[in-house]
Design a protein around this ligand. Structure first.
Ligand code: SAJ
Length: 420
């Protein structure tokens, strides 16, 4: 019977910190490790450094119980989880995965490995990265054996168990989602399944590390392709003078059709990123996945053109109508602005000096630097709508759904989410 008492989580971001809190909540001794001193200080004090429902209480409880600690460097543990970001690098038209943080985490973990340690890569990674981590660890620890060479007899086990949690529902989904357990060998997968079995209530499905790596990428590419289909339909409908929401509602009456919703573009650090991990290594095969990325990346430009056109049609002598821009985050009811199409749209409107922009984002305290650089500040919802001639809804936050028809009367409304 495998027993895991001590777990070390490398990377205390939106996956690593909730994961650390969940294992600590199950009674394990968890050390959270991060290279950012500010993150270590915050977590050590029981305070998450980003917003996520129920995370505050979970982290505070775990720290108060002495089950969760934070540090800058790893300590020996029964299991070491790597949950660091894997962003894109290179040119925007043909980006490539940057796995340098995974490599750095593996290098940081190497000195504390011992016979019996399980290493799990949770970060979303290109196919082959888990085996690459094995090779890297083996080079640094010639005194230990690793599964890519020693197979089932290896002293250290290595697996890929990709996170699949949806921001906004992370704590529930860590526990209740089915989990992919990709072992470099069968024994690696079995040990990882034993670890996740402590907290995961969903099915733990065992496979090899390469299949688990591609399955995770395929999930996000699937969603990206489906959103791209909806976004492409929105362009077709715009040209044909057809209401795309009505169209999708009608098409979805078909029992085997389920079209997603068009929006201002696809943002965040997963769906807009991970498909490129497939394209970068399979450029000839991944034509559809690449096309979907390009369709979704072009959508902010379409929204900017819409606003430009509607602003010009108002015919203000100053040429600059007041535009309320509602929402900056990459999706509803989160405070995450990374890769957000809303931020891109507002920045491009500011660069082109289209209108006087009143930005509203109830989930953050200050505008991001790229908007502050244009002198933009945050405004309150009611005041911004009252002053605006054009109301541009970019994110379907709950707070915006309550805006009454009365408040929007005689305004030009551009609702990129179709909620009004
Ligand atoms: N979006 C639309 N229309 C839709 C659905 C989404 O425009 O009908 C947009 C959103 O507004 C947002 C973007 O797509 O800008 C992505 O949002 P999302 O809610 O689809 O996904 P993420 O990026 O928050 O989280 C995804 C999830 N993956 C899948 O649903 C397949 C999550 O389970 C993953 O764990 C996460 O990526 C990740 O970390 O990889």
């Amino acid at each position: 019977m495998d027993s895991f008492r001590r777990v070390c989580v490398l990377g205390l971001g939106y996956v690593g910190l909730p994961t650390a809190a969940v294992f600590a909540g199950a009674g394990l001794d968890v050390l959270g490790v991060d290279t950012e001193p500010r993150v270590v200080a915050a977590v050590g004090a029981g305070l998450p450094h980003f917003g996520e429902p129920d995370l505050d209480a979970a982290v505070r409880r775990a720290v108060e119980a002495g089950k969760l600690r934070a540090a800058a460097v790893p300590e020996p543990a029964d299991a070491i989880l790597i949950a660091v970001p894997t962003p894109l690098a290179g040119e925007r038209a043909a980006p490539v995965p940057d796995i340098s943080r995974v490599e750095a985490a593996a290098r940081a973990a190497a000195p504390v490995l011992r016979a019996g340690t399980l290493v799990v890569v949770e970060s979303t990674v290109p196919v082959g990265t888990t085996e690459l981590v094995c090779r890297l660890l083996a080079a640094l620890r010639p005194d230990l054996t690793f599964p890519h060479e020693a197979g089932e007899a290896a002293a250290v086990q290595v697996a890929h168990c990709p996170e699949r949690v949806l921001p906004g529902r992370v704590l529930q989904e860590i526990v209740h989602n089915p989990r992919l357990i990709g072992g470099v060998t069968r024994r690696c997968a079995q040990r990882a399944a034993a670890l996740y079995g402590i907290v995961v209530r969903g099915e733990c499905r065992l496979t090899d590390s390469r299949t688990a790596e591609l399955a995770k990428l395929a999930e996000n590419a699937y969603r990206d392709v489906n959103v791209a289909f909806a976004n492409e339909l929105s362009l077709v409908c715009d040209r044909q003078g057809i209401d795309v929401r009505e169209l999708i509602g009608l098409a979805n009456l078909h029992p085997r059709v389920n079209i997603l919703q068009p929006g201002p573009g696809v943002g965040g650090h997963c769906i807009a990123v991970d498909p490129w991990f497939i394209v970068a290594t399979n450029p000839a095969e991944a034509q559809l996945i690449r096309a979907a990325r390009l369709v979704n990346d072009a959508k902010p430009g379409f929204v900017v053109a819409q606003v430009r056109g509607r602003a010009a049609a108002l015919g203000r002598p100053s040429g600059r109508p007041v535009i309320a821009c509602l929402g900056l985050s990459y999706k509803r009811d989160v405070d995450d602005l990374r890769g957000s199409p809303a931020v891109e749209i507002v920045r491009r409107l500011a660069e082109e000096r289209i209108g006087e922009l009143l930005v509203v984002e109830p989930h953050v305290a200050a505008p991001p630097a790229e908007l502050a650089a244009h002198g933009l500040e945050l405004h309150d919802l009611d005041g911004a709508i009252a002053r605006a001639e054009i109301v541009l809804l970019l994110v379907d936050h709950m707070a915006f759904l309550r805006v009454g028809r009365e408040a929007l009367r005689e305004k030009v409304v551009i609702d990129t989410r179709g909620v009004w």
